[in-house]
Design a protein around this ligand. Sequence first.
Ligand code: PHE
Length: 480
Amino acid sequence: MVRRRTSIHGEWSSRWAFVLAATGSAVGLGNIWKFPYITGENGGGAFVLVYLLCIAIIGIPIMMAEVMIGRRGRQSPVNTMYNLGIEAGSTSHWKWLGWLGVVGGFLILSYYSVIAGWALDYIFKTAAGTFTNANAEFVSRTFGHFINSPATLLFWHTVFMLMTMVVVAKGVNGGLEKAVRFLMPSLFVLLVIMVGYAISTGEFMRGLAFLFEPNFDNLLYKHEAGGQFILNTDGEKIFTLEYVLIAMGHAFFTLSLGMGAIMIYGSYLPHNASIAKTSFMIAAADTAVALLAGMAIFPVVFANQLDPGKGPGLIFETLPLAFGNMPGGMFFGTLFFILLVFAAWSSSISLIEPAVAWLVENKNMKRVSASVIMGIACWLVGVLTVLSFNVWKNVHPIDFWVFKNKTFFDVLDYLTANIMLPLGGLAIAIFSVWIMSRSSTSDELDMKENTFAYNLWYFMTRYVTTIAVLVVFANLVGLI
Ligand code: PHE
């Protein structure tokens, strides 16, 4: 058996510290901003069902694999994959998987920071009473106005990127770990209060039906965002697995899987912590937050005759309506956007951590310099996203295949969430069950080799996740 390593970057103080940090990474804009709007664009119920299935049968096994690999390697994903590749008697080329993650995390953070900037701005808008007694038309106009100003978006993007750099420079178990400890539960409670308001709108059941009643036509046939089927020349609906891919990609995105974030957090995990239990807890908390957000938002959408397929502005055009019209709305609204920023903050640091850890390990850089360099580079790429919503809203940089008619922001989002993360996740799955030996995985997972639990993980990772991802990709590239 191979000697167990320790990490040069330090370790979490306990298993709970890891659960909190990983939950902090998982719960973020993905749950509250992205989940509702892509659910709205893709017709609701069936999409949600596939997303939930993906969490259960792909997300959890891959999360276990990723944490396990991280803890075994104890380094940045690039070096971990390099070492474990050699250790398993395979090749050092597995380091490219680490690189895929570094680039993916970097690209995600570039636009993530811009959207987190929207939430920052909305703290002040809500606190100033902008939305008190507002109607849908006003809220929508306010958002339109906001998004049309590159300077404002750029300002908040800069603020958020600075916030991220400060925490990353301090090291992962600095202040944010403590803050997240009570902010996460607060976010949860606040969402429950908002669901309470949603019940009072009179359209709660319609919201629930939208979220949970599957209509597979909406999922399996090409349609415009939020509506109309696209027909072929014979007037028939066109079959596609693209929306299944989006649901699957989102399962990776929301659990922070496939790019090394969870791997590097796993590399700081003490030896005596159960990987299976912690993975379940993280996935459950993450899913609960997303579903609560959906239940808080869609009733408001329907009660105000809004379009669920509005796109990335959805929560910014619906939640202010709720806050403007519920008792204590100014207070709850301000608090909500503050908590959303914290949730985004604890995710953003995990997006850039693999790159920073690599610079520290391989280039002998100080954490501070590494964070500053990565932060600035990422900020620059973020400018593309800032402009995607105004000056360049009609610019389509890669106008073919799945990138057709997409802005820079859309391209970055699609490329990372729907291609890079599933690809990374697939490689992680393959590595953990086809390359690593059963004895090392069962040892690191702390499961006995012939138990039901271990064999279930092994089977799911070896066959179910791999085949599912391959089938969806095959459809994307036109093979099936
Ligand atoms: N999971 C985060 C969210 O839902 C985003 C994220 C993706 C973070 C990948 C790290 C890695 O907001």
